[in-house]
Structure formats: C-alpha cells, structure tokens
Design a protein around this ligand. Sequence first.
Ligand code: NDP
Ligand code: 8X3
Length: 252
Amino acid sequence: MRKRTILITGATSGFGLALAKIASKGANRLIICGRRQERLEKLAKELADSCEVFTLCFDVQNEDLVKKAFSNLPDAWKNIDILINNAGLALGKGNLAEGEISDWDQMIDTNLKGILYVTKHLYPFLNKSGNGHIVNVGSIAGKEVYPGGNVYCASKHAVDAITKAMRQDFLKDQIRVSQVAPGAAETEFSLVRFKGDSDKAKTVYKGFNPLQAEDVANCIYFVINTPNHVCINDLVVMPSQQANSTTFNKYE
Ligand code: NDP
Ligand code: 8X3
C-alpha cells in the first residue's frame, strides 16, 4: 500500500506532537516541523522504528525560511498528501488598551500569515489527484470572542475564514480543506500565553476536565482518514464541561 506523506507544523509540542505519534503507527510518512530543532530530533528518533520521518526546522512567520524549507526538500519528500497547519499561539490575555504590540504582531504573523506562507509555498508539492488534504487548526476562539481574547480571537476568526476560502480555491485541485476547532486543551498553550508563568497557566484548567493533546490529535486523525469523497469541513471539539468560550460547569 502507498504510504501517505503528512506534513505537520507545530510538531514539537501539544496537538502536533500527539498527532505525529498517532500517525506514525499508520501507513504514513511524516515531515515534522517546528522551531525547536532538538525537540524535532528527539521525536524523529522516537518514531524512527515505526515510521519514516523527515524534520524541518523553521519559523512559520518568516516567508523566506518557509519557502527555502520546502524548495530544499529532497525529491523523495516532495509529494505531500496532507498538510496540517497547526503551529500557533496566544500571547497575553487582557484589555486591548493595555496589549503589547509585539504580542499582537507575533499572533497575527504566526496564526494567520504562517498558515498563508506555509500553504502557498507547499502548494506546488501538494497531491492534486484526489488524496490532497489540508487541515487548519482553528479554535473555539475562532467562533466566539471572550474577554481578553481580542487579537488571538481575531487571528483564529481569520483561520476560520481562510479555511472556507481555501476550500473554494482548491476545489479544482481535489484538495480537501478542513478545520478542527478545539476548546480548552491542556498543552503548553497557556504556558506560552502567560510567558512561562506555570501557576497562571495551571489555573486555566482548574475545576474541569480539559481536552488533552491526544483527544484533539485523534479528531484530526479521524478527519484525514475519511474516504476521499468525504470532507469534514469543520469539527468543533470541546471538553464536556465547557459549553462555549466562557461557560464552564466547574467542580465545586
Ligand atoms: P503548544 O504550545 O503545545 O504547541 C504549539 C506548537 O506551535 C509548537 O510545536 C510550536 O513549536 C509551534 N509554533 C509556535 N509558533 C511557531 C512559529 N512561529 N513557527 C513554527 N512553529 C511554531 O500548543 P497547542 O498544541 O495547544 O496548539 C496548537 C494549535 O492549536 C495552535 O494553533 C493553537 O492556537 C491551537 N489551539 C489550542 C487550544 C488549546 O487550548 N491548547 C485550543 C484551540 C486551538 P516551536 O515552539 O518549536 O516552534
Ligand atoms: C485556545 C482555546 O479558549 O483559550 O484556542 O482561546 S481558548
């Protein structure tokens, strides 16, 4: 059986890392991406027994680096079936008037422009004979806004919009385009958002049972394993104790 080649951005942590582990057990070859080279190498070593893995270390915010990374792929890795646009982050949570401009720039450059650069420059290498599939990782923050979420929510609303636009644009190429939009999941997300303040990060998940990285990775894997004539356009996945961005049924 022909193995599919899956490229995952943000594979050094959280959803991307969990997805790489799950996908390595199937008939897949993986290109794992992130900025932290040592984590990529560690993961590649860990998966080497079950799966062929190629690592690409680049920052999705830098268009030149994105372009170079893909154009320098060895020929054996140039036919890509599935792109998982997962790299992303939040920085800070508070009133817009007190927001840090550099945080806003990084969120927009990573969450929106990163997806655009990666998709544009990978497009020439994407399978256009029926097996192509792009999955963008959005968020419940791309469906609703919550206090203090302003720019992060805007960037994820943009992911929601660009997913719909890509689905129209790539229809002729037989590339399916899906979004997976999770609610609160306990990964390194909040540690990054609160700039290393682990106590603050932990309080985000206090009083309820959040999603784990594997829960979301299993949803993404489900989305890329439907038959070619089926496209899950949008999959919103929430912890059972979270109804929407602001409503939780927390333990007493
Ligand atoms: P993690 O912080 O655990 O993982 C984020 C990943 O994104 C890391 O692998 C990181 O790799 C990568 N990344 C961040 N910035 C860049 C960059 N500039 N260039 C390349 N890679 C980058 O968070 P999650 O796994 O939770 O987040 C994954 C996605 O899911 C994000 O898009 C996030 O917005 C979204 N999301 C998260 C939710 C949650 O509650 N956790 C809920 C809904 C959506 P490295 O640092 O090595 O570059
Ligand atoms: C991450 C989930 O609700 O913290 O996208 O924004 S949330």
